[in-house]
Design a protein. Structure first.
Length: 268
């Protein structure tokens, strides 16, 4: 330092010193920004349900398009959380955690007007079409909501499918409420319910996984087309939501989301 001071004086010294400080600022700025983001980011209680190819368990590891994207977002924000910090639970339990635990984070969650103020949102991750699925025999035909009154329908507890069905005046007594989508598929195959509310792409994946042939089933009625998001507890600071939404938008603009869609062979 003494050598540096003895070789520069006056304006030359001041200009050189200012330039050096400016360069130092440019070097440290990303680190300072990352440190600020890390300080603002809580340790989330991350929960999800099995919903291939977006989130599923394979060889004991939780993976999927929505999983990989979330971990990339957290890492870019400076978080040390990873896929090992994600719990795969029945939907109703995960929903309860996100709704009632301060740092709850639930995905992939349908954003509806009924849920809008219950959570804070980052996304959308993907678009999902929810349909009613039946066995091809005995060829159930649904042409209007009134036709649904003649059937028992398998649903997942607290899932958005129940909201859409009750909005169509389907009574609770008509619903066979299960904890998992896989359970509903098995009940449909055994004839214990007439219809189930699910995504058709997800149904194909789960039917094959349980040894059933998807060609024996068919979608017979479209309930709704929705965008699915990462849902955060309503007390999550707005600055945290803004950081993660900005990172989500950056990753999407960089083509990361499109790459994950291709990697997981997602049709939509």
């Amino acid at each position: 330092m003494f050598f540096f001071l003895t070789h520069f004086s006056g304006r030359k010294f001041r200009n050189t010193a200012c330039a050096s400080l400016f360069l130092l600022f440019l070097v440290l700025c990303p680190c300072l920004q990352l440190s600020a983001q890390t300080a603002q980011l809580p340790e989330f209680e991350i929960v999800t349900e099995s919903f291939p190819p977006y989130q599923f368990r394979e060889n004991g590891k939780i993976k999927g398009l929505a999983v990989d994207l979330l971990i990339l977002m957290l890492q870019r924000a400076g978080s040390v959380q990873n896929a090992d910090d994600i719990s795969m639970l029945p939907w109703a339990r995960g929903y309860f955690i996100a709704l009632n635990h301060k740092n709850g984070l639930l995905f992939s969650t349908t954003r509806t007007k009924e849920r809008e103020k219950l959570f804070k949102w980052v996304g959308p991750i993907f678009q999902n079409t929810m349909v009613l699925i039946a066995k091809k025999q005995p060829h159930i035909k649904i042409t209007q909501p009134e036709d649904l009154r003649n059937y028992i329908i398998g649903t997942v507890r607290e899932d958005v499918g129940e909201l859409y069905l009750t909005a169509l005046d389907v009574t609770i007594s008509q619903l066979s409420r299960n904890n998992t989508n896989t359970g509903n598929i098995q009940m449909l195959d055994r004839g214990r319910v007439n219809l189930i509310a699910q995504s058709w792409d997800f149904f194909i994946h789960e039917a094959l996984a349980t040894g059933l042939n998807p060609v024996d089933f068919e979608p017979v009625f479209t309930l709704h087309i929705d965008d699915l998001y990462y849902a955060f507890h309503r007390q999550t600071p707005d600055r945290v939501i803004k950081i993660l939404q900005n990172i989500f938008d950056e990753l999407k603009a960089e083509g990361v989301l499109e790459r994950l869609i291709n990697d997981y062979n997602v049709s939509n």
